[in-house]
Write a protein that binds this ligand. Structure first.
Ligand code: FAD
Length: 402
């Protein structure tokens, strides 16, 4: 047939939202749609710190793609993208190949350790369900073996988290809830366990103002999290982080790096021109100089003209970009003019464990404590609503009271 073929790579916030929008706006006669994803499930990346800490079941954070996308309308391909050959309009997958007329790249993020020596080899990273689930299993195993192992060293119970951005802070917030539970379960005194957060910058959570940062820091420290700011990590060894000018070795049985992310490594392998690991796109979200390739979510570098800097990568941004890409694909197919992306910032909420948090909402209105924790659950449930409708909210939503 001569229907145009749209191929969407990645079923994260960006790719899944694009696909669902396309299904709503294009009839089967107008375009063939193909969605490619590594797994047969979508996961909520913004919940991965909870999976890593073991405070939610991994299954709560994932959804079968065929439950939210009609497989009779969209061809679902569960395979890994290896390389995009844009000059040939082809995508190479691990087990097959695909051609396309229009491409949407939404392959998301990977951990970025900025080349710190030993980090890739010795630290865990939060990247997807598999890597996050392994962290919680590893932590629990340290506790399980402690009383049963004559040679167990005290520091094996320590949990070291590198980076005090969004992910690092949300993770230690969950750990502050989880560690007392593990102590009870495995008959270990809470004082034997250290949760240590190490950050090179002079402050945690650079995206929030001083007042909220101070609140977050106190909340975490009151619950036994040690926060070391202005402490650069020069190396990660199998035993822990080497930190600061005096090269102190902080030892831990669990070492996690959350200090940075970059776009999918497929971008580089495909020979794309990159800015800080991401693809520079035009206002309409097409790759510069390309007619038929859109790049969105954590793979793209989208300029915020007002602020004169790129938008920080968030799920909120990815989902809004997806709406514009779906509309622009429809416009391309029907020879209409494309529209430029405009971000509508609904605010940011960071959790500090299950029942605490901080946030900026409605342009500048600050919240903290239980109201922020409640707002976070509203945001998380709204994400499910957008991705899968009310049924998905009932099935996977967050309703546990404080
Ligand atoms: P992703 O959600 O990463 O999706 C990428 C998809 O592509 C995945 O399904 C993946 O399996 C698939 N994929 C990857 N590589 C391949 C391949 N080679 N072949 C096939 N498939 C592949 N943002 C917020 O707005 N608010 C928050 O509170 C927030 N909290 C966060 C907390 C944590 C712990 C983390 C890690 C991130 C948080 N973020 C938050 C950021 C947000 O998660 C990302 O910006 C968002 O996930 C980007 O969406 P995406 O669709 O580009 O990528």
């Amino acid at each position: 047939s001569n229907k145009p073929k749209i191929v969407v790579l990645g079923a994260g916030y960006a790719g899944l939202t694009t696909t669902r929008r396309l299904v709503k706006t294009l009839s089967p006669e107008q375009a063939e749609i193909v969605l490619v994803n590594k797994h047969n499930y979508h996961y909520e990346s913004t919940w991965l710190h909870e999976v890593a800490a073991g405070t939610i079941n991994p299954n709560q954070a994932r959804v079968m793609i065929s439950d939210v996308v009609n497989p009779n309308r969209v061809r679902l391909v569960y395979d890994s993208v290896v390389e995009i050959k844009k000059d040939e309009q082809r995508v190479v997958l691990e087990n097959s190949e695909l051609s396309y007329d229009y491409l949407v790249v939404g392959l998301g993020f990977e951990s970025n350790d900025f080349g710190i020596k030993g980090m890739a080899e010795n630290a865990f990273a939060i990247e997807d369900i598999d890597s996050s689930r392994e962290i919680s299993e590893h932590i629990e195993y340290q506790f399980a073996k402690y009383n049963n192992d004559q040679n167990a060293e005290d520091h094996s119970l320590n949990i070291l988290v590198g980076g005090a951005g969004f992910t690092g802070i949300e993770l230690v917030g969950e750990l502050a809830n989880k560690v007392p539970e593990l102590c009870k379960k495995y008959d270990i005194d809470r004082s034997k366990v250290r949760i240590i957060n190490v950050e090179a910058a002079p402050s945690i959570l650079p995206m929030f103002d001083k007042e909220l940062v101070a609140y977050a820091k106190k909340s975490l420290e009151d619950r036994g999290v040690e926060i070391k700011i202005g402490a650069a990590i020069s190396e990660c060894t199998p035993e822990g982080f080497v930190v600061g000018d005096d090269k102190e070795l902080i030892k831990a049985g669990t070492i996690i790096w959350t200090g940075g992310v970059k776009g999918s490594s497929v971008l580089g392998k495909s020979g794309f021109e990159l800015t800080k690991g991401k693809v520079n796109v035009d206002g309409d979200l097409r790759m510069k100089g390309e007619e038929n390739v859109f790049v969105i979510g954590d793979c793209s570098w989208v300029w915020n003209k007002e602020a004169d800097r790129p938008y920080p990568p968030t799920a909120q941004l990815a989902m809004q970009e997806a709406d514009v890409v779906a509309a622009n694909l429809k416009a391309l197919i029907s020879n209409q003019p494309l529209t430029d992306f405009v971000f509508n910032d609904k605010g940011t909420v960071a959790s500090l464990g299950h029942s605490d948090g901080i946030g900026n909402i409605f342009s500048g209105y600050k919240i903290q404590g239980k109201s922020a924790a409640t707002m976070k659950k509203v945001v998380d449930n709204r994400s499910l609503l957008l991705l899968g409708g009310p049924k998905l909210v009932l099935k996977k939503g967050k309703f546990r009271p404080f």
